[in-house]
Ligand binder design. Structure first.
Ligand code: FAD
Length: 477
């Protein structure tokens, strides 16, 4: 069967891997000059060193159903710290170690409540993973996973002080305040992975994940064509073929407009987007001088103060203003991965972004720097070089990041499970053999490959095939 995959983000590449492994004739068409979509590591133009343009930290890369089947962990090296994620607070921090007991003990009196929420999630981590990846094949544990996540999401309300701030930091990954049920669901999954597989980073940067996927596609007869933006369905698909779109709903509506029923097209066009990201990449002369020294060793730090402040900042962005004191997501990969720097360099590379309103053209770099400075006095003094990437940069880089929304769509209850349209098989479109698989389909944003996996599973079922073995082919020396 001829299979076209449009877009080479992690979901498109996952779909292509599965289809090529199943013996089909696969071509991936990618509009940009590099494969990977949100998996992209570039060189700084003026300084030695590499930075992740988009995705940096990968809680699902060792945990999602697709990546476990693909055995990503055996193909490329990952590193992580004992700390999965941390939350900077005035004069101190709340720290989530992979070790739950240590986390609870360092959270002091707020620790037992954190533990009480995390323990049931960890006891049922397979069910939680199945549920979070929406791997809804009949399995009794899926119900258990859904229940455990629901209870955890509700349980966040009972957290106080440090533990509540720690939770607010993961919930805000969904670009929403603490009260958002959908974002709490996301936060509960991320926190549970923090204590299960951890929050690893790939050695060399996120581009290494794209490289491993492309290598596998090519090893199984597939092709990746770069600089090939697809504008019309007829360029890549005829009746009887299969096409899988790793594109946003509006992008797909433009491409397939001639072939789509009006009602479905109108549902795609009314898909809603959320907050955007304004990012800044730094080269520093040394580590960030955090007030709480434990943060030196954390690969991921959330900055935003107490829960009320984090929620206020997210609400402000959703209401259309850039928060004066934004919630910031920060990664310091070179604390563990020195391959991203020239040999002998003592510099550090830091990646940080804040949530701003969708479509905002404002560069939040100064606000981000002020935020870091407030938890790490002296930060400005170690900045050697910085490059701003406000929301329009992301919108231009990748049409899926509509208005700079890096999550591929607003995270709220209606759009959590039935994105982009109200259907339990959202990956299917009304055109036979044509599928959507981007982050605008369940389970949503992040590097997990599950949108691609689900779309490929449906495409294979249509021709009576099951999902093939995806493990690395053993080398015979
Ligand atoms: C700044 C930033 C930080 C992030 N941090 C993290 C993180 O730390 N961890 C994490 O898990 N996730 C993170 N993400 C989110 C993650 O990158 C995305 O959720 C993920 O990449 C979505 O994957 P996807 O396969 O849906 O598509 P994308 O990665 O969006 O890729 C889609 C691809 O399709 C191509 N395309 C679109 N339309 C066409 C067309 N018509 N023809 C041809 N090609 C087309 C695009 O050029 C793009 O390459 C981050 C994203 C950004 C931008």
């Amino acid at each position: 069967m001829k299979v076209s995959v449009i877009g080479s983000g992690p979901n498109g590449l996952a779909a292509a891997v599965v289809m090529a492994r199943a013996g089909h004739d696969v071509t991936v068409y990618e509009g940009s000059d590099k494969a990977g979509g949100g998996l992209r590591t570039d060189d700084f133009t003026e300084f030695g060193g590499r930075f992740d343009v988009c995705s940096a930290v990968h809680p699902m890369a060792l945990a999602s159903t697709f990546f476990r089947a693909f055995d990503l962990g055996s193909r490329i090296p990952f590193v992580q710290s004992d700390i999965s994620f941390a939350h900077a607070l005035p004069g101190r921090a709340a720290v989530a170690y992979q070790d739950l007991e240590r986390t609870s003990s360092e959270l002091g009196r707020t620790g037992p409540a954190w533990s009480a929420i995390m323990k049931p999630l960890l006891h049922q981590i397979d069910a939680v993973r199945a549920m979070s990846g929406l791997d809804l094949r009949p399995h009794p544990s899926t119900v258990a996973g859904a229940l455990a996540l629901g209870v955890a999401a509700m349980g966040f309300s009972a957290l106080r002080d440090e533990a509540r701030a720690l939770a607010a930091g993961v919930v805000a990954h969904g670009a929403a305040p603490f009260s958002s049920i959908a974002a709490r669901f996301v936060g509960a999954v991320l926190a549970a992975e923090g204590h299960a597989a951890g929050w690893p980073i790939p050695v060399g940067g996120s581009g290494a994940i794209a490289h491993a996927l492309v290598q596998d596609i090519e090893a199984h007869g597939g092709r990746v064509e770069l600089g090939r933006a697809v504008d019309d369905l007829r360029e890549v698909w005829s009746p009887g073929d299969t096409a899988m779109f790793d594109t946003g709903p509006r992008g797909f509506a433009d491409i397939a407009s001639n072939a789509l029923p009006a009602r479905y097209e109108s549902a795609l066009r009314s898909y809603r987007y959320g907050n955007a990201a304004s990012k800044v990449d730094f080269v520093l002369s040394g580590p960030i001088p955090w007030t709480d020294e434990r943060l030196r060793d954390a690969l991921t730090v959330h900055l935003g103060g107490w829960e009320r402040e984090v929620s206020g900042a997210e609400r402000t962005a959703l209401r259309g203003s850039v928060p004066a004191r934004p919630y910031v997501l920060l990664s310091q990969p070179t604390r563990r991965d020195r391959t991203r720097l020239p040999p002998g360099s003592t510099d550090e590379i830091v990646w940080a972004y804040a949530h701003v309103p969708n479509g905002s053209t404002e560069d939040a770099a100064e606000r981000i720097i002020d935020r870091i400075e407030s938890f790490a006095p002296g930060f400005r003094d170690v900045i050697v070089h910085r490059e701003s990437r406000p929301a329009p940069f992301f919108a231009q880089l990748n049409p899926n990041f509509h208005g700079g929304d890096i999550l591929g769509g607003r995270v709220d209850v209606p759009q959590l499970l039935t994105r982009p349209t109200k259907s339990v098989r959202s990956w299917r479109t009304p055109i036979p053999g044509v599928y959507l698989c981007s982050a605008a389909t369940p389970p949503g944003a992040g590097v997990h490959g599950m949108g691609g996996w689900h779309a490929a599973r449906l495409a294979l079922a249509r021709v009576g095939q099951g999902v093939p073995d995806l493990r690395p082919v053993a080398r015979v020396d």
